[in-house]
Design a protein. Structure first.
Length: 116
């Protein structure tokens, strides 16, 4: 089992940057594919970015391509999401996700607010 704790959210002006972190505890972190999802008020949770267990492949939602970068450090059991050129529409609760072998784990979320 994996426990996930996000941090790094906050309030930022449009055009600014934030870096989200996800600290994972538990065994076999390096086996998990990791990702970030977000949920804006009144909307469904949506995919943002993902990275494979080795870090060799990354995936991004079209809405964040070129602005967000996902990375992982298996030695430190951590996943990061660097968010640049933030827009008001990026405002949401951001959730870290771990997936492996049909199991899914979620963090509690961290709030990101982008003011115009």
């Amino acid at each position: 089992q994996v426990q996930l704790v996000e941090s790094g959210g906050g309030l930022v002006q449009a055009g600014g940057s934030l870096r989200l972190s996800c600290a994972a505890s538990g065994r076999m972190f390096s086996s998990y594919n990791m990702g970030w999802f977000r949920q804006a008020p009144g909307k469904e949770r949506e995919f943002v970015a993902a990275i494979t267990w080795s870090g060799g492949t990354t995936y991004y939602a079209d809405s964040v391509k070129g602005r967000f970068t996902i990375s992982r450090d298996n030695a430190e059991n951590a996943v990061k999401l660097q968010m640049n050129s933030l827009k008001p529409e990026d405002t949401a609760d951001y959730y870290c996700h771990a997936g492996y072998g049909g199991y899914d784990y979620w963090g509690q979320g961290t709030q990101v607010t982008v003011s115009s």
